[in-house]
Design a protein around this ligand. Structure first.
Ligand code: ATP
Ligand code: MG
Length: 328
């Protein structure tokens, strides 16, 4: 049986990119595989964040998981920081990761490039090791992520192969699962950059109200042409809006092109805004109900207990394999 695992970091307010690239796809797996989805709160510490903001974001990600349709009876939902095995395994497998390969990680380069070397925390560098531990603890076979996380899953695969070569068939080799449309939603203000919750310019937030969503879409950067067709290099803004539309409507880019032949940008943008509003309104209502229900802490507590049981088995196997003394 397959095990699917994924997570979102509570680093900021969730965006439409997180929704289309990750969140919306998570519930699909709970009926066909073992499903483990957690809130990567330890990963959220890699760049400075205020304690109260971290707390609120964490609660929000949990509520969004349930609002997106994750069912705690079918999916194990928990906070990374409540399952100590993540940190422990990370300490162990970090010894099998090399400085060279870690330095080549695009996310590390992007997130640290504007920082002074003296103020780059170690966590942002070692992040992919903790992520590898997150994945292998649960013997995950499938990791649904957006395009940007593919490299980290590849690093995890390299670590697994290296570790197993040394110690036998201990860790399970995971595979990334990338959506065909919506894997990389771009910023509305600079469509050459990824939409990111930690860089809020050009984002649509999952908590934005209808008016804000419409305003943001209508003022999204486009180009001087008038026809709605896909050309990522010369028309990154329009192409991004087409991707958003296709992804929400579950249609192909060609379908979008056909639908808007002869339409001007204003008409097209209004249709995109309508689609986003129609998708997010029921989702936001469910989110509010979940927050009001007061159920979240129970879900997270039970999830952590279940997760910890599985994680402990892997951790013990690893400790034994590498020769950490086993007291009987
Ligand atoms: P941060 O800026 O803190 O890294 P983020 O928006 O990149 O935030 P993550 O927590 O790193 O979000 O990623 C959560 C999930 O959302 C991952 O599966 C990631 O691949 C996906 N994701 C993030 N941004 C996008 C995007 N613009 N388009 C599609 N998927 C995305
Ligand atoms: Mg990210």
């Amino acid at each position: 049986m397959e095990t699917t695992l994924s997570a979102i970091k509570p680093t900021g307010q969730l965006t439409l990119g997180n929704y289309l690239g990750a969140l919306r796809n998570f519930p699909k797996f709970q009926d066909e595989s073992k499903n483990i989805i957690f809130i990567a709160d330890l990963h959220a510490l890699t760049l400075p964040i205020a304690p109260e903001v971290l707390r609120e974001n964490t609660r929000d990600v949990a509520a969004f998981y349930l609002a997106a349709g994750l069912d705690p009876k079918k999916t194990i939902i928990f906070l990374q920081s409540m399952v100590h095995q993540h940190s422990e395994l990370s300490t162990i497998i970090g010894n099998y990761a090399y400085m060279g390969e870690m330095s080549r990680m695009t996310q590390f380069k992007e997130k640290s490039s504007h920082l002074n070397e003296k103020s780059i925390g170690l966590g942002i560098f070692t992040y992919p090791v903790l992520m590898a531990a997150d994945i292998v603890l649960y013997n995950a076979t499938k990791v649904p992520v957006g395009e940007d996380q593919k490299q980290h899953v590849e690093l995890c695969r390299n670590l697994v192969t290296r570790f197993n070569h040394l110690y036998g068939d201990i860790l399970t080799l995971p595979e990334p699962v990338i959506p065909t449309v919506g894997a990389r939603i771009m910023s509305l203000s600079d469509p050459t950059k990824k939409m990111s919750k930690s860089d809020p310019k050009g984002d649509i937030f999952l908590k934005d109200d209808e008016k804000t969503i419409r305003k943001k879409i209508m003022s999204a950067v486009t180009d001087m042409e008038t026809s709605v067709h896909y050309d990522k290099v010369n028309k990154p803004g329009i192409s991004n809006l087409m991707t958003i539309y296709a992804s929400i409507k579950n249609i192909t880019i060609e379908d979008v092109e056909k639908e808007f032949v002869g339409s001007n940008y204003g008409t097209f943008k209004r249709a995109v805004a309508d689609a986003i509003v129609a998708e997010l309104t029921p989702f936001q209502n469910r989110y509010r109900e979940i927050i009001a229900s007061g159920e979240l802490d129970r879900v997270l507590k039970e999830g952590a207990e279940q997760a910890s049981q599985i994680a402990e088995v892997t951790l013990e196997k690893v400790k034994k394999a590498i020769g950490l003394y086993q007291v009987k």
